[in-house]
Design a protein around this ligand. Structure first.
Ligand code: ATP
Ligand code: MG
Length: 411
């Protein structure tokens, strides 16, 4: 038998309710904050991600699905959406039409990683990108949006960690400084980190290896920002405090991707085990220009939806809702009549279903229970002859005869 690819998952009907709940919650709050949905293609030129995310990152070096199509083009399944959104922003001149563009997306991303709990090869992200302003209040808005989304979804028990990498110049200095700081520890770190020390030292602080983690925990980091970046960061912190949003400044939040500058942040959900980062984001003030646009500051975040669902499963995500009415057929000629009545009820907007498998009445009633039906209409020949059907109220566990002509109004 054929099976789904390793690291990919079917989202079955019984699980979909939780997904829809999270998605609706996100859409509602994004609308309140003025973010509009954008849907970009899943496939893009691979160079889009190599250029933006950075050639020395794990995503590009190890995780990206890249293939050559029939026309000889090098194509990637998107590993994340920021680069795609910026590409779409430039290609469609969204900035010149709207000024600051506030966009959100929800959809699948692809990374060839070792699958485990909270880590898949096809996973989903929902995120926002605000392109076109360096105002620190926008940083505050974006972090607040992420926090309010969690609160609105009933997902308590998280913490916000923020940091600033400063402007390009600051970031370069931080990288040089951290290279020196990390040097004495290098021999104890994993082979990948040894490589990272030259190519992408920041990613060392994001290493998933438990041994590296332990060592990194013991290292104290301090970074100096230029005057502008320091005051930007102060304004962000003050803004968060003004909104009553708790946060911790953590110099080890560095985000490994090349495009990040200034504010970076992560939201950690306690109780998710090792894969406890449910949201990551930050400013990327030079990306738009690097991709061929004007100098355009921007900021965004992405939530991992699978991890949101894991976090919310036990508490908040609702389970499947039931149908309004199930039609039970209790007589030979009743099938067609049940079908007609069901069509009328559906026409009035009631959710209805019936048996198509020739089940016994007992089995049909069982099915009605399984479908969590609010009412069951039982169509028996004798009652039908008298212009009546039996209406069973599944909550009250009671039933009565009702005129067929009246049933639609009644329900
Ligand atoms: P991690 O450190 O867990 O590998 P990352 O730094 O690679 O995450 P980002 O690129 O910042 O992750 O993506 C943002 C969010 O998307 C993560 O915080 C996480 O919730 C989710 N995410 C990333 N990769 C996966 C994956 N393979 N499976 C499920 N969710 C993922
Ligand atoms: Mg990763």
């Amino acid at each position: 038998m054929l099976k789904a690819l390793r690291g990919t998952k079917d989202i079955l009907p019984e699980d979909v309710t939780a997904w829809q709940y999270i998605e609706k919650s996100a859409r509602d709050i994004f609308a309140i904050y003025g973010y509009k949905e954008i849907r970009t293609p899943i496939i893009e030129e691979a160079s889009l991600f190599i250029r933006s995310i950075g050639g020395a990152t794990d995503i590009v070096q190890k995780e990206m699905y890249v293939f050559t199509d029939r026309g000889g083009r090098t194509i990637a399944l998107r590993p994340e959406a920021t680069a795609s959104v910026v590409r779409a922003y430039l290609e469609n001149s969204i900035g010149s039409r709207e000024g600051l563009a506030k966009l959100f997306y929800i959809g699948p991303m692809f990374r060839s990683e070792r699958p485990q709990k909270g880590r898949q090869r096809q996973f989903h992200q929902l995120g926002v990108e605000a392109v076109g302003s360096d105002n620190p209040l926008l940083d505050v808005e974006v972090v607040a949006l992420a926090v309010r989304f969690l609160e609105k979804s009933g997902l308590g028990g998280f913490s916000v960690k923020i940091n600033s990498l400063g402007c390009k110049k600051d970031k370069a200095a931080i990288i040089e400084k951290y290279k020196k700081i990390i040097k004495p520890y290098l021999k104890s770190l994993c082979n990948e980190c040894k490589e990272r020390s030259n190519k992408n030292v920041l990613r060392i602080f994001d290493c998933k290896n438990p041994k590296c983690n332990e060592i990194i925990k013991g290292i104290k980091l301090t970074a100096a920002l230029c005057k502008d970046c320091a005051s930007h960061f102060e304004a962000v912190k003050k803004g968060l405090e003004g909104l009553g949003i708790g946060y911790v400044v953590d110099p080890k939040i560095v985000r490994g991707l090349d495009y990040y500058t200034k504010t970076v942040f992560e939201i950690i959900y306690e109780g998710l085990g090792a894969k406890d980062t449910i949201c990551a984001g930050g400013r990327y003030n030079s990306l738009v220009k690097e991709m061929g646009g004007k100098d355009t500051p921007a900021i965004g975040f992405a939530f991992g939806v699978e991890r949101l669902i894991l976090a919310g499963q036990k508490s908040v995500c609702p389970t499947e809702s039931g149908v309004d009415v199930f039609m039970a057929i209790a007589g030979q000629d009743m099938e067609a009549r049940a079908f007609t009545l069901m069509s009328s009820l559906r026409g009035k907007g009631l959710s209805c279903d019936m048996d198509y498998e020739g089940k016994s009445l007992k089995a049909q009633l069982k099915k009605a229970e399984r479908l969590n039906a609010r009412f069951v209409i039982i169509l028996g020949e004798e009652e039908f002859g008298r212009g009546k059907v039996v209406l069973r109220d599944m909550n009250k566990r009671s039933q009565c005869e009702v005129d067929i002509d009246n049933i639609i109004n009644m329900l």
